[in-house]
Design a protein around this ligand. Structure first.
Ligand code: G4F
Length: 343
């Protein structure tokens, strides 16, 4: 039986990946930071909390990472732990660099010491392309990070590549474009939209507030992407792969898909910070713009080309963005209707 160690197992990707690996027959050890709350809501929702072993580690402490590797002796390590909020990274650039980049060096060194044969998956991101305007971004596209988060992820990406080249270790970067689900954190824009639209559909009068609704992202379904992470680790040779759908839509369009799934008919009026959206059926104002949500530097458009993953891994995303918006908003509507807490 193979052992997988997943850092950040309590997040969206950690939970889906854990379930996938358990289904593939793995022993799964997941790490999380010490905290007063247990924070296993996503694992509970997937019904796998009792099937994974939880290790408490601190990615800012080398000794903590070293002990976790010595104790669990993993064959595969999936590094999903991160400060993953792009907007928040502008206010916490140093912590973001520590948690997302220096921590990866700690992990790489610990793997080299404990078992250099162990395989590493590093969670890279489309945010690294940032300001590059291209119709389609792939593994050979240039990086132009636009936030402290993206800068930290470029550093971690290059460190991972360097350990592969310098030490011959099996290290791969998954350059994942945005991927969402009903387990997505409620502060990311898709889930912010679906939880708030569900609340409004159930009678709440307060409109949702968003920042830049013209930003465009290539949004896929997280479970499809976690399957792709595992495929990267089953190859004979380590390499880097883009996972994306190849379709990019705006925040405004995602909002519209989700609202329509709840039977709303959206009309946008006004421009810029004065733009609002109403539901024609009820006359309710459902969206206002909050300029405080604008980012100091924005990534306007991201669209990915996953042809290498399709060719070499046989990976294709299954769920479209319109289906994704519908799945997410219906789930949030059901949760709120039953009085369940929002994850
Ligand atoms: O949902 P977001 O916060 O995701 P973002 O910044 O694209 O980053 C996510 O995906 C990356 C790629 O996989 C990951 F690396 C990263 O860790 C994270 O998971 O924002 C998407 C877009 C942005 O352009 C943002 O400005 O939505 C825009 N937006 C507009 N109003 C908003 C809001 N974003 C948030 N979070 N909240 C708003 O009110």
């Amino acid at each position: 039986m193979k052992t997988a160690l997943i850092t950040g197992i309590t997040g969206q990707d950690g939970a889906y990946l854990a379930r996938h690996l358990l289904n593939e027959g793995y022993r799964v050890v997941g790490t999380r930071r010490r905290s007063a709350s247990t924070n296993t809501g996503r694992l509970d929702e997937l019904g796998i909390t009792d099937r994974v072993e939880i290790a408490t580690i601190e990615m800012l402490e080398f000794g903590s990472i070293l002990s976790a590797l010595q104790e669990s002796q993993p064959d595969e390590i999936y590094n999903l732990a991160a400060q993953s909020f792009v907007g928040a990274s502008f206010g916490q650039p140093i912590f973001t660099m520590e948690a997302n980049a220096v921590a990866v060096y700690r992990l790489l060194e610990a793997i080299r010491i404990v078992n250099p044969e162990a395989r590493l998956y590093q969670a890279s991101t489309s945010e690294m392309f940032g300001g590059i305007s291209a119709d389609s971004l792939n593994e050979t596209s240039r990086f132009y990070p636009k936030s402290p988060y993206a800068v930290s992820k470029v550093a971690a990406h290059m460190a991972t590549t360097n350990y592969r080249e310098a030490h011959g270790m099996f290290c791969c970067n998954g350059i994942l474009f945005n991927h969402e689900s009903p387990l997505r954190g409620a502060e990311f824009v898709t889930r912010k939209i679906t939880t708030n639209l569900a609340r409004i559909a159930l009678g709440d009068e307060r409109p949702l507030t968003l920042g830049n609704i013209d930003a465009r992202r290539d949004w896929g379904y997280a479970e499809d992407y976690c399957r792709g992470m595992h495929l990267m680790m089953t190859r004979g040779e380590a390499s880097d792969y883009v996972l994306a759908t190849g379709v990019s839509i705006s925040v405004r369009d995602f909002f519209q898909h989700a609202a329509e799934a709840l039977g709303m008919e959206i009309i946008f009026e006004g421009e810029g910070a004065a733009e609002v959206a109403h539901d024609r059926k009820t006359g309710k104002c459902v969206l206002r713009i909050d300029p405080d949500q604008y980012r100091p530097a924005e990534v306007n458009t991201l669209i990915g080309d996953a042809s290498k993953a399709r060719r070499e891994l046989g990976w294709t995303p299954i769920i479209s963005v319109a289906e994704l918006a519908e799945i997410m908003v219906r789930k949030d509507y059901d949760r709120l209707k039953k009085g369940e807490a929002i994850l």
